[in-house]
Ligand binder design. Sequence first.
Ligand code: NAP
Ligand code: 8YV
Length: 317
Amino acid sequence: MSKTDLLLVSPIHAPTIAQLESLYNVHRYWQADDKAALLARIAPTCRAAASSGGVGLKADALAALPNLKLLACFGVGYDGVDLAACRAHGVRVTNTPDVLNECVADTTWMLILATVRRAVFNDRYVRAGKWLAGNAPLTDKVWGETLGIVGLGRIGKAIARRAEGFGMRIVYHGRHRQPDVPYEYFADLKAMARAAKILVLILPGGKATEHLVDAEVLAALGKKGYLINVSRGSNVDEAALLQALRDGSIAGAGLDVFADEPRVPEAFFALDNVVLQPHVGSATVPTRDAMGQLVVDNLAAYFAGKPLLTEVPETRG
Ligand code: NAP
Ligand code: 8YV
């Protein structure tokens, strides 16, 4: 019996691709020379697609696949998905929430500590032999300070739990107050930035949150404040951030995400008060395996006529 067609829009975790190829007739969209011809060929039979959440599947490709019913995304964030087009074409969307919470929270803490305690600067200091000439400069501290979390969702709460161990005052900003959490709510992001020593971004990307952190929020964070972005690069005005890092309007930044990945503005490379990571929030083998398994399981549920495991709210009936 021939295998069921599956459109794989973008590269995802390699073992997941191998698993999908053992189960489906996988068509690698990003590698197709003639993408329109590929879509036309599989249009009569293709009912499901997989993609990374940051890439999604664009409206023109959705329109070319009238039988498509499911887009299974790898990643919890699905800012690359054209949700309006998916709804218009009756395509349901799944993502990979929860299984990555703890590793992304670990990464966030790696960045908080590395940025405030200047781990990368100090590593370079030792390697360059500068210690022989004198001790490294003293740093600011993390323990006991105020942590402002923008987006106290699944991952934000895992970051907050770790902050409790650091004796921190934890405050948060989002569109809604959460009555069942013990942390102080700020409806106003600028007011929270003024109150916080460390501002962590862990909210969705996309048009609704574009440049949420701009020059004014950075000014509110102030000369002693640190910005940690593990959400999406689009959430920060990068030009304003570069300016604030250069002129000392903020003390430093730890960045896992950028506006135009994998291209990172070279101006960041010259700065000692920024720690840069290549979007590795969830990048551990066990977590990526678990995210891949959720993609596989959502596809299996769809083809078995069972309820989807993790459908995004926007396409739930
Ligand atoms: P989640 O559980 O849905 O939480 C999202 C939080 O963001 C909610 O608390 C929500 O609160 C808040 N939020 C949403 N829109 C907002 C807005 N316009 N302004 C302020 N707050 C807003 O999501 P999650 O699973 O924790 O994931 C969060 C995000 O982290 C993902 O969407 C993704 O972009 C990013 N992420 C990055 C990596 C990485 O590798 N760096 C890995 C995983 C996830 P309200 O509803 O009250 O606003
Ligand atoms: C993913 C992420 O690795 O889950 C997310 O939203 O940003 C990361 O965990 C990435 O999206 C995979 O492409």
